[in-house]
Design a protein around this ligand. Structure first.
Ligand code: MN
Length: 338
């Protein structure tokens, strides 16, 4: 039984994990699969503004309920679950407004509190989403990354009428692509890396643009009979792209922003007003895991192809090394707990 902790920035330790009893409102989950996220690497490098150390990391995890708190109903020992890592107070303005993912007292597993890279973790029962029996656990562990895509497309809206420009063909871009295709939209993916663009094509992109070779604004100008893409998603998190997004978006267009850079960027007021653009920030997910689990089960997404490598949890250091050394060879790297 192990727990993977960043004890202080740049120090990853594999510790022994001892299960504790769940509190009345909690269930104890025996973790089976967990995904490594870019934000775990930020915590490792000391560049996540919310992380405190030492921290057991991990917010993408699924497993089996091993014990149930005394006040819990609707979940039982042996249930397979995926955990929504977003814990909210339920009382503040944001929660009352139905936006619990930006709760004033927000706590995210693996960031603000100890997370799921360990053999056992107690979680609020409300955060444990029961899985259909036939959903493989490694696919269930992808629910959180797909929820990022579900959330931004919920914030912006998405229909089959949309022509969507997605910046970045990493994990975020590829999940946004798949969820947008699920809604029947036309999808264009821009990235600097040819191998990543090849993957985007495999995941259903209608058009890919190598932005190191071609001008993205030039290529997308023809969308919607010359108006431009009606939806732009920044899955790359580069501040300057927001300016470009406002420039290329069609009238009545929407822009979804997922990056977390503190850097300022020059957005033209005129572009926003002239075209009545809607800019929507999107953080984590707002209770969308049940919806995502349905999608994962439907067979309409290609989740299994997202997992490029799986390491035993004891070998977490090797997994992190691979992502740092050869990021192009990875999309989602999983840890298997036994
Ligand atoms: Mn993640």
């Amino acid at each position: 039984m192990v727990a993977i902790a960043v004890t202080t920035p740049h120090v990853l330790q594999i510790l022994a994990d001892e299960p504790s009893a769940p509190r009345p409102e909690e269930v104890l989950v025996r973790v089976q699969r967990a995904g490594i996220c870019g934000s775990d690497l930020h915590i490792y490098h000391g560049s996540n503004p919310f992380a405190r150390y030492p921290r057991i990391i991990g917010h993408e995890f699924a497993g089996v309920v091993e014990a149930v708190g005394s006040a819990v109903s609707g979940l039982a020992e042996g249930d397979r679950v995926v955990v929504d890592p977003v814990v909210s107070c339920g009382r503040c303005y944001a929660c009352r407004a139905g936006r619990s993912n930006v709760c004033g007292k927000l706590e995210v597993f693996g960031v603000h509190r100890d997370g799921g890279f360990r053999s056992h973790v107690a979680v609020p029962a409300a955060n444990a989403v029961k899985l259909p029996g036939n959903l493989p656990i490694e696919v269930a562990a992808l629910a959180e990354p797909f929820s990022i895509a579900a959330n931004v497309l919920t914030r912006t809206g998405i229909t089959a009428e949309d022509s969507v420009l997605i910046y970045g063909a990493g994990t975020v871009g590829l999940t946004v692509l798949q969820v947008a295709k699920l809604h029947g939209a036309r999808c264009i993916v821009a990235d600097l890396d040819e191998a990543r663009l090849e993957r985007a094509r495999d995941f259903g992109a209608d058009l890919v643009i190598n932005s190191s070779a071609r001008s993205v604004p030039d290529v997308v100008a023809a969308e919607h009979d010359g108006l431009g893409p009606s939806l732009v998603i920044d899955g790359a998190g580069v501040p300057a792209l927001l300016e470009e997004a406002c420039r290329v978006a069609s009238p009545a267009g929407r822009i979804g922003i997922l990056g977390f850079s503190p850097a300022a960027c020059n957005v033209s007021q005129q572009e926003i007003v002239k075209k009545e653009l809607t800019l929507a920030g999107s953080r984590l997910n707002c209770r969308l895991l049940p919806q995502v689990v349905e999608w994962l089960q439907s067979g309409d997404l290609q989740p299994a192809a997202m997992v490029t490598q799986t390491f035993a949890a004891d070998d977490a250091r090797e997994a992190f090394d691979l992502i740092e050394r050869d990021p192009g060879s990875t999309v989602k790297v999983h840890l298997a707990f036994s």
